[in-house]
Design a protein around this ligand. Structure first.
Ligand code: ADP
Ligand code: MG
Length: 240
């Protein structure tokens, strides 16, 4: 579903991604770990064209997305993205946050968009928060609303960039539960996260990134239980 071939990304003279080759299958859940600054966010952002790759190929559903002729809006609709800091629109209610893109971009009639949004809010446990503004939601509720907003566009793939890193510890579990539910529904997911318990339980594979390359990858058991690479071992010994 996602095929990345020799992807590089440079910001000026800074080489952030140094040749990433990776295939992510339909229904696969992949967690990405690695030190701060290793390029994890840039990797996700190149997959949904929030950043344009310097070289290499990114394919989604067999279509190369980093070429001039690609229909960027159509491609972006296949990819839902959830950020560390929620990025909800502060001047819109939860319901409006979720319905705005389906109405404006997909031309879904308002009543239908609202019906679907209420179903999504139910799925993330926020059915009673439809009419409130983000400022009155807790961090965990904001992130669950952000997930519902991404899902409203009916993406084929969900990308998560440290979705629980900005949350108070007691709110981490409720967000991971929504992500676990999505995984069980068969959603293809790429998740930058340091939640090892979650990765062990939900991920099919874990990728370890360092200095712009995927240094090692394997099942959670392999990566956490028996890492082969010295850099992986060193990283895990610091974070575990
Ligand atoms: P990670 O998510 O693993 O912490 P990032 O992908 O955010 O890493 O960043 C990797 C490197 O790229 C860092 O050195 C960061 O400062 C740099 N970087 C990221 N985005 C930009 C940008 N828009 N302009 C310049 N440098 C950037
Ligand atoms: Mg990051």
């Amino acid at each position: 579903m996602i095929e990345v071939n020799n992807l590089t990304k440079e910001f000026g003279s800074l080489k952030v991604l140094r040749g990433i080759t990776e295939t992510i299958r339909e229904n696969e859940v992949v967690c990405v770990i690695g030190p701060s600054g290793s390029g994890k966010s840039t990797f996700l952002r190149c997959i949904n064209l929030l950043e344009s790759p310097t070289s290499g190929v990114v394919m989604i559903d067999g279509e190369q997305i980093n070429r001039k002729e690609a229909n960027i809006n159509k491609i972006r609709q296949k990819l839902g993205m959830v950020f560390q800091n929620f990025n909800l629109f502060p001047h819109m209610t939860t319901l409006e946050n979720i319905t705005i893109s389906p109405i404006r971009i997909n031309k879904v009639p308002k009543a239908e968009a609202e019906k679907q949004a209420l179903e999504l809010l139910k799925m993330v446990g926020l059915q009673d928060k439809a009419r409130v503004y983000p400022s009155s939601l807790s961090g965990g509720q904001k992130q669950r609303a952000a997930i519902a907003r991404a899902l409203a566009m009916k993406p084929e793939i969900m990308l998560f960039d440290e979705p629980t890193s900005a949350l108070d510890p007691e709110m981490v579990g409720e967000v991971l539960q929504v992500m676990r539910d999505l995984a069980h529904q068969g959603m293809t997911m790429v998740i930058v996260t340091h939640e090892m318990g979650f990765a062990k339980e939900v991920a099919d594979r874990v990728l370890f990134m360092d200095e712009g390359v995927i240094v090692e990858q394997g099942t959670p058991e392999e990566i956490y239980g028996n890492p082969q690479n010295e850099r992986t071992k060193s990283f895990l010994s610091k974070v575990l």
